[in-house]
Design a protein around this ligand. Structure first.
Ligand code: SAM
Length: 303
């Protein structure tokens, strides 16, 4: 079965790209988070004068998108890499008029049990977006970090109130030779630690916060976002736009503060979204993942 991913806020993203096209002479749009190619496809289809250079650190996603978008020939190029490394990997000849980021994981990654992202599907506790590198898996992280480090990760990246208790339980089990190796084992450990009334309040997802925290840590998601935004500043030509769709407050804060700094302190251009754009009710009804999306955009240059 072909994996699927419903692109979030697609019409707003393409609308902004289109509306700002006239400000910039560049001819290449960088899709920094290719996934299955939903954004790239719509851009290639609706903006015939541009080419798309796309990046993803998930090799499977790159292969699938390459096959899906082969019909666009040399207007589409897909690179297997981190967007934080954009400066090194993008061909120098490209004149870039826009960068688009759609952060987090795709539905394909979430629903495939073997990737270990989902607390709903039992599988190996992996969580690496790039399974070809030497990054530690989530299971390695639980096995090797100190109690203090684990507790900080759960608190800072997951705002998990029971971070200390959870870290203590993991380390205590570890000393007995036990450590969660699968998503199911980690969910069971969380259920063992969290008080019953808290679990009842959280409904079916008592593991959500800890899974989010581990995923952010394993993939250095916030460091990558900072590096990616900083690279756009160096690569953009006058009039180029940066559009970011984010899904939690830690990411959104980085985007908001970076754009503010660029506008107010560095005077590099203008914020195009005074308030973040959000999906409308009908999109949220169709696609539950969209409910937490926030879109912010910035345009480089003085015009
Ligand atoms: C939400 S999906 C993108 C979906 C895409 N817009 C679409 O419509 O099909 C996010 C993708 O970004 C990739 N990704 C996340 N962080 C990345 C990074 N730092 N560098 C490269 N790719 C990254 C993930 O592997 C995932 O495939």
């Amino acid at each position: 079965m072909t994996p699927e991913h419903e692109p979030v806020m697609l019409s707003q993203v393409v609308g902004l790209l289109d509306a700002n096209r006239g400000f910039c002479t560049g001819e290449c749009i960088v899709d920094c988070t290719l996934g299955l190619g939903g954004y790239s496809e719509k851009i290639l289809e609706s903006m015939p004068d541009v080419s798309v250079c796309a990046i993803d650190r998930d090799e499977t996603a790159v292969q699938i998108a390459k096959r899906r978008l082969a019909q666009y020939g040399d207007r589409f190029e897909a690179l297997h890499s981190n967007f934080g490394d954009m400066e090194e990997i993008l061909p120098e000849s490209r004149r870039i008029c826009a960068f688009v980021f759609d952060l987090g994981v795709s539905n394909m990654q979430l629903t495939e049990a073997g990737r270990g992202f989902s607390f709903g599907n039992d599988g190996p506790l992996d969580m690496r977006m790039n399974q070809t590198g030497d990054t530690k898996t989530a299971s390695d992280v639980l096995l090797t970090l100190s109690e203090r480090e684990l507790s900080d990760i759960f608190w800072v990246y997951g705002e998990e109130r029971f971070s200390r208790r959870l870290a203590a339980k993991i380390v205590k089990d570890r000393e007995k030779g036990l450590c969660p190796r699968t998503t199911g084992e980690l969910v069971a450990l969380i259920r063992d630690v969290l008080p019953a009334p808290v679990q009842r309040k959280m409904g079916a997802n008592p593991a959500r916060r800890l899974f989010q925290a581990l995923r952010i840590y394993v993939n250095d998601e916030l460091g990558e976002l900072e590096a990616g935004l900083s690279a756009t500043k160096k690569l953009a030509v006058d009039g180029a736009v940066v559009i970011v769709v984010s899904y939690h407050s830690l990411e959104d804060r980085i985007v908001k503060c970076t754009f503010r700094g660029w506008e107010k302190e560095e005077r590099l251009g203008n914020i195009l979204t005074k308030h973040p754009l959000v999906p409308d009710d009908s999109e949220i009804e169709k696609n539950f993942k969209a409910r937490s999306a926030k879109l912010r955009a910035f345009r480089f240059g003085g015009r």
